[in-house]
Design a protein around this ligand. Structure first.
Ligand code: PGA
Length: 251
């Protein structure tokens, strides 16, 4: 059995004071969670969130990582820097990075390698655009995006990565993939992992769904056998909503 993992993706929201307030509200609300709980926050919030979450079950995540250890890369953060700030998880290849900041499958792979080498757990985002789904390319695309992101990792390392299947048309739109659609595409990703790394590894990798997940649709999604959690954007900014997502097993 894979342990579920719910990760909030705050994107470019919350200054340190707001971050402290949000985590303070989350701590008691998610303390009995049966899944792993992560908040992927802007780097300016690392210290505040780390302090507010210290000794709790809420883990700290970042939203990107550079592939070099140091150097002339203005505006970037290395895996070692994230580690030193207490970061444990890092989102890589989010569709917003791919769409607006020129992120490619190649850079997603490099960032993944550097994250894993530093002992961070990558949350690698894959997913199709609306036109790609309509044209029937979803399966081929997510398979390609997944395998290329993992290129160069050992099977042992692959076991510990997290994949987030996020159909781009479902992100921030209120349009959620149906439970069946999400389950089926995640199944396709798992089959690709099985072909490349074998059954044991493919069964160990946790694959989240992301795209307008909220308190209202989480139960249906989490009832699907292939879905191991969520990468949650908008709903993670509201403590009551995010804690309801995290506590999805409650009646
Ligand atoms: P959303 O974002 O939940 O607001 O759709 C998800 C994500 O982009 O990770």
């Amino acid at each position: 059995m894979r342990r579920a993992i719910m990760a909030g993706n705050w994107k470019m929201n919350k200054d340190p004071a707001e971050a402290a307030e949000l985590v303070k509200a989350l701590v008691p609300a998610v303390k009995d969670a049966r899944c792993d709980v992560v908040v992927c926050v802007p780097a300016v919030d690392f210290f505040t969130v780390r302090a507010a979450a210290e000794g709790t079950n809420i883990k700290l995540g970042a939203q990107n990582v550079h592939y070099e250890a140091s150097g002339a890369y203005t505006g970037e953060l290395s895996a070692g820097m994230l580690k030193a700030c207490g970061v444990e998880y890092v989102i890589i290849g989010h569709s917003e990075r791919r769409q607006y900041f020129g992120e490619t499958d190649k850079t997603v792979n490099l960032r993944t390698l550097s994250a894993v080498a530093a002992g961070l757990t990558p949350i690698i985002c894959v997913g199709e655009m609306k036109e790609e789904r309509i044209s029937g390319y979803t399966n081929a695309l997510v398979e390609y995006q997944t395998l290329i992101a993992l290129n160069g990792l050992t099977a042992q390392q692959v076991q510990n990565v997290i994949i987030a299947y996020e159909p781009v048309w479902a992100i921030g739109t209120g349009l959620v993939a149906s439970d069946g659609e999400a389950n089926e595409t995640i199944g396709v990703i798992r089959e690709a992992l099985q072909r490349k790394y074998g059954k044991d590894i493919s069964q160990a990798v946790r694959i989240q769904y992301g795209g307008s997940m909220n308190a209202g649709n989480v139960k249906g999604l989490m009832a699907q056998p292939e879905i191991d959690g969520g990468l949650v954007g908008g709903a993670s900014l509201k403590p009551a909503e995010f804690s309801a997502v995290v506590m999805y097993h409650q009646p």
